[in-house]
Design a binder for this molecule. Structure first.
Ligand code: OAD
Length: 269
């Protein structure tokens, strides 16, 4: 009898000395957080660069904050789903066994951390951190609304003229400088330290599990060929084919919250 994809995946998983997991917006979809490119995705409604780019910030920082304030408001009420929990539990078992495990996420929602994942590599920053444009300090910030002026502002309406927020209504650092979201925007470089941590986790891994990403944004998309070059088994969990499905050794089609708990219910051998 030929081995099923699940058997092949689980037999590699239980023997894996080094595991890397790459997640994207799809892993949080079952928690109620919209993805970017699929049906109902944020970039279907908005022009990405009009809200998530340095140019957008220069043009209208209030509009950019309105977008992130809305995303914070939405994420605040969302809980990790069984997919986030299954990944956190897998990490705990692997660390307990003294084996290597790296979770790399493109998500900024903080749900992996809420589920118990320890120090995921956050390639695109965090919805819950702000950075001062004057002194450069990065701080945790969970204020929703981000300042009183943003209370009830909702999401920016691409069909209507933008509401203008004044400079005095923007969030400020203790030093007086304006705060921006500590996230990576289109056209900005990723943090070198995050890239190095992600690459170190992927290089030489026995298994790379890719969950809920369209895999069209670099450098995240580049981790798949990197792992493959080193001979890792590449597995994907997604509701539909992605840009990297053709490179994967095993593909599991369906929601990650439904699939991951039983797929990852494996102890290190
Ligand atoms: P995308 O919106 O591009 O892709 C989401 C993926 O999740 C798609 O492949 C869906 O098929 C899949 N998906 C949807 N629901 C799922 C579920 N329940 N279980 C599993 N998979 C599911 O999001 P990302 O690939 O994360 O960057 O996008 C990458 C980056 O592009 C984001 O971090 C963001 C965006 O522009 C910045 O903002 C810088």
């Amino acid at each position: 009898m030929s081995e099923t994809s699940r058997e092949r995946f689980q037999s590699t998983l239980c023997r894996a000395r080094k595991i890397a997991v790459l997640t994207g917006a799809g892993v949080s979809a079952e928690s109620g957080i919209p993805t970017f490119r699929g049906a109902g995705g944020l970039w279907r409604r908005y022009e990405a660069t009009s809200l998530a780019s340095p140019e957008a910030w220069r043009r209208d920082p209030g509009l950019v904050w309105e977008f992130y304030n809305h995303r914070r408001e939405r994420a605040l009420g969302c809980a990790p789903n069984p997919g986030h929990h299954a990944l956190a539990q897998l990490e705990a078992r692997w660390r307990e066994a003294g084996r290597a495990f790296t979770l790399i996420t493109q998500n900024i929602d903080g749900l992996h951390e809420k589920a118990g994942s320890r120090s995921p590599v956050r390639l695109h920053g965090s919805l819950w951190q702000v950075r001062c444009l004057s002194c450069g300090s990065v701080t945790e910030n969970r204020d929703v609304p981000i300042t009183p002026a943003f209370a009830g502002s909702g999401s920016p309406d691409p069909e209507a003229p933008a509401r203008r927020f004044t400079a005095a209504e923007l969030p400020r650092c203790g030093c007086g400088g304006v705060l921006r979201p500590h996230v990576v925007w289109f056209g900005e470089a990723l943090q070198e330290s995050d890239l190095a941590a992600a690459a170190a986790g992927v290089e030489g891994c026995d298994l790379l599990l890719v969950v809920g990403t369209s895999a069209v944004v670099y450098p995240a998309a580049g981790f798949v060929p990197m792992a493959k070059r080193h001979g890792a088994l590449i597995a994907e969990v997604n509701v539909e084919p992605s840009a990297i499905s053709g490179l994967c050794d095993v593909v599991f089609t369906g929601g990650s919250g439904a699939i991951l708990p039983s797929l990852l219910d494996v102890t290190p051998a």
